[in-house]
Write a protein that binds this ligand. Structure first.
Ligand code: NDP
Length: 277
């Protein structure tokens, strides 16, 4: 496993296991499968409704807590300070742990809560300072949202988790993260499987003898980003780990990067307008 160093000085495994849309009743089995396959970085969220089951799988695994990198995220209705504090406490309880390795603001919600996500960020700083979050960061923050944090806080987010895949390469956000010393983490790294049938990806995969998912995940890690693919299928969970030695050429990387469709390529919501509570 390769690691990426965050601005806290701690490292984050470059490959993690995503748990969005894994139903609570399936989550213990799915996370157990991922841990058995060797994943040591698990990504969940209050929104996913499966933190308790993630916690149960980790507890049952017998793996040292210190050997697992665990991320969760503040749900959209919980932006105000007291809600953030209460829900963070609940997340720790559900996850059966004293700390998370990373706690993120899930969405900036610039059209809600009077557009005040800075106060939310200042509340997350409390969790970092008291050690219950080893790192704090954001998700779906556009460059202008990061500027608001930079102007109102001395703490730079450790990570910005954003949508990235070959159909939405999200270069402006990646560049802003890099400029500020924020690790870029790619959500929906496989474009929710949409990019796996792309003729260019399939052609490259056939040539190098890898799966389309391995080709796409290798493209991500070659760019230096952290990836958190989700799968509930054992063979995919396993093969998605074997991504660091796929023999792609510079030309392959360029061809994949050129698949970008800009805004049209998004699979998820636009953070500027997303306001689902
Ligand atoms: P992904 O891009 O990881 O794609 C998941 C889909 O791809 C599933 O349908 C899965 O199928 C399929 N798949 C996975 N591996 C393979 C493979 N090797 N071959 C063929 N199909 C494959 O999408 P997600 O949206 O789940 O994103 C990953 C994670 O990112 C989430 O789980 C979540 O943790 C995080 N996320 C964060 C967001 C945020 O706002 N911060 C938003 C969205 C996601 P199957 O499971 O049936 O095998």
């Amino acid at each position: 496993m390769k690691n990426v160093t965050m601005n806290t000085g701690n490292t984050i495994p470059q490959l993690g296991y995503g748990t969005y849309k894994i139903a609570p009743e399936d989550t213990v089995d799915a996370v157990t499968m991922a841990l058995e396959a060797g994943y040591r970085h698990i990504d969940t969220a209050q929104m996913y409704g499966n933190e308790a089951e993630v916690g149960e799988a980790i507890a049952k695994s017998g793996i040292d807590r210190a050997d697992i990198f665990l991320t969760t995220k503040l749900n959209n209705p919980n932006h105000q300070p007291d809600e953030a504090r209460i829900s963070f406490r609940q997340s720790l309880e559900d996850l059966q742990t004293d700390y998370v390795d990373l706690f993120l603001i899930h969405w900036p919600l610039p059209t809600l809560f009077g557009g005040d996500f800075l106060t939310t960020w200042l509340t997350l700083e409390e969790f970092y300072e008291d050690g219950r979050a080893k790192a704090v960061g954001v998700s779906n923050f556009l460059p202008e949202h990061l500027d608001v944090l930079a102007n109102g806080s001395d703490l730079v987010p450790a990570v910005n988790q954003i949508e990235i895949h070959p159909y939405f390469t999200n270069e402006a956000s990646r560049a802003k993260n890099a400029e500020l010393g924020i690790v870029t983490q790619a959500w929906s790294p496989l474009g929710r499987a949409a990019v796996l049938d792309d003729p260019t990806v399939v052609e490259i995969a056939e040539r190098v003898g890898a799966t389309p998912a391995q080709v796409v995940l290798n493209w991500h890690v070659n760019r230096g980003d952290v990836v958190i693919p989700k799968s509930v299928t054992k063979s995919r969970v396993e093969s998605n780990m074997d991504i660091f030695d796929v023999p792609l050429t510079e030309e392959d990387y360029e061809r994949i990067t050129k698949l970008d469709r800009g805004e049209e390529g998004r699979q998820g919501s636009n953070p500027a307008t997303m306001e689902r509570l």
